[in-house]
Ligand binder design. Structure first.
Ligand SMILES: *Cc1c(COP(=O)(O)O)cnc(C)c1O
Length: 404
């Protein structure tokens, strides 16, 4: 047997022992609150389909109409021949969502948020001859961390990690930093905790110390702000220092992502962002459907769904109190319940599964050690009864599940 195969057995056995082995579960039914796995019905509180658009009839129709009109494949990367006129329309629409927040804004569309993040960070860190100082929030998403790792591999970065709850420490480092090009990078809504980045304060620091501010709003776009334009609309922020990342596989119900920034920054990305340059453009049919999704999000339906989601969040927060577990304070659709050990988290997830609820245990390295949790995500599509049922089941389990 090749060495590698032998070694993999050993290392997977270690993951099993530490209860850290991940596994795939295949869903039989479309994304929704009531799904089936292997024929078994489950109530799902784990998708990022915050508005319930992932199986919406209008988007199903738009995706098939898009395929009829524009074809299924793009055929090439954006800079060869894969950039279709419908991609232009989509980018113009995406830019319009941030036009109140970023002067001279332009948008660039990517096939995933992961690619958008590694593209933006690696390209931004190539600006100027000196090393770029990157200030990264400690709980940032893995794709931001990987972008920074790649940028460090280019040899163009000095990295500082900061705690978004303690910005005085961040300011101390910024004050002493003589690098001409500085970049602060943060999640907009922290993906495992559900709290918001202190963007007003971060922007003040960016202004004072001449830094750019990159905000990954994967969990805010579609959900926050009157029109669902995300965190910047919600916080009425405006600056040409902001690089905004939105993703389209969560609230927007399809997939894809975009960067909005000053047009000069986008012009730079088109030259330097390797995952943009060397990856096939996603389907023009998808771009067509995404245009429809954004119309839904900013219109009356979106406003109703956001109100409904907000009601569901309040219903959950008022519906349950824990004595041993810790419900993290969050006003977003991401509602974590920290239970501590991997073992408890797994036991809880499996008890929930038996009771017909799908809420996965989130373990290190996704979250810090000893902070294993249930990551409950709420959707506008959940009914009052579904949320009340979850509250009741979790209260009971907290009393009755053996603790470790
Ligand atoms: C999901 C997510 C991403 C990745 O976006 P994809 O489009 O799924 O690749 C990036 N950042 C954050 C914070 C996310 O939650």
């Amino acid at each position: 047997m090749p060495f590698a195969l032998d070694q993999i057995d050993t290392e997977l056995a270690i993951l099993d022992r530490e209860q850290l082995r991940r596994s795939i579960r295949s869903v039989d039914t479309p994304c929704g609150t009531e799904i089936q796995i292997g024929g078994k019905a489950l109530l799902a509180f784990c998708s990022n389909d915050y508005l319930g658009l992932a199986n919406h009839p209008e988007l199903i129709a738009a995706l098939s109409e898009g395929a009829t009109r524009f074809g299924t494949g793009s055929g090439a990367s954006h800079l060869i021949s894969g950039h279709h006129i419908i991609h232009d329309e989509l980018e113009a629409k995406l830019a319009s969502t941030q036009s109140g927040a970023i002067p001279n804004v332009r948008a660039l569309f990517f096939s995933t948020g992961y690619l958008a993040n590694i593209s933006a960070i690696t390209a931004l860190s190539l600006i100027g001859k000196d090393k770029t100082s990157i200030y990264s929030a400690a709980l940032n998403h893995a794709s931001l961390i990987d972008g920074i790792r790649l940028a460090r591999g280019q040899g163009s970065v000095n990295l500082h990690v900061f705690d978004h709850h303690h910005l005085a420490a961040l300011e101390d480092i910024l004050r002493d930093d003589s690098a001409p090009h500085k970049l602060i990078v943060t999640d907009g809504v922290f993906s495992m905790d559900g709290d918001l980045a202190p963007v007003q304060e971060l922007l003040r620091l960016a202004n004072q110390y001449d830094a750019l501010l990159m905000i990954d709003d994967a969990h805010g776009f579609g959900v926050l702000g009157k029109h669902g334009y995300g965190l910047l609309e919600d916080q009425t922020i405006c600056s040409d220092r902001i690089i905004y990342i939105g993703t389209l596989g969560k609230a927007a119900g399809l997939n894809g992502a975009f960067v909005c920034a000053h047009e000069k920054i986008i012009a730079w990305f088109i030259q330097k962002a390797r995952p943009y340059i060397y990856s096939t453009a996603s389907s023009p049919a998808l771009a067509f459907a995404l245009l429809r999704s954004i119309s839904l999000i900013e219109g009356n339906l979106g406003q109703e769904l956001r109100a409904r989601l907000q009601r569901n969040i309040t219903l959950w927060k008022n519906g349950v109190t824990f004595t041993h577990w810790n419900r993290l304070e969050s006003n977003t659709a991401i509602q974590p319940v920290v239970v501590g050990s991997n073992e408890t988290a797994l036991r809880l997830a499996s008890a929930l599964d038996q009771l017909g609820y799908w809420i996965p245990a989130i373990r290190p390295p996704t979250v810090p050690k000893g902070m294993a949790r249930l990551r409950i995500t709420l959707s506008a599509a959940h009914s009052d009864e579904q949320i009340q049922g979850l509250c009741k089941v979790l209260s009971d389990l907290e009393q009755n599940l053996p603790r470790s």
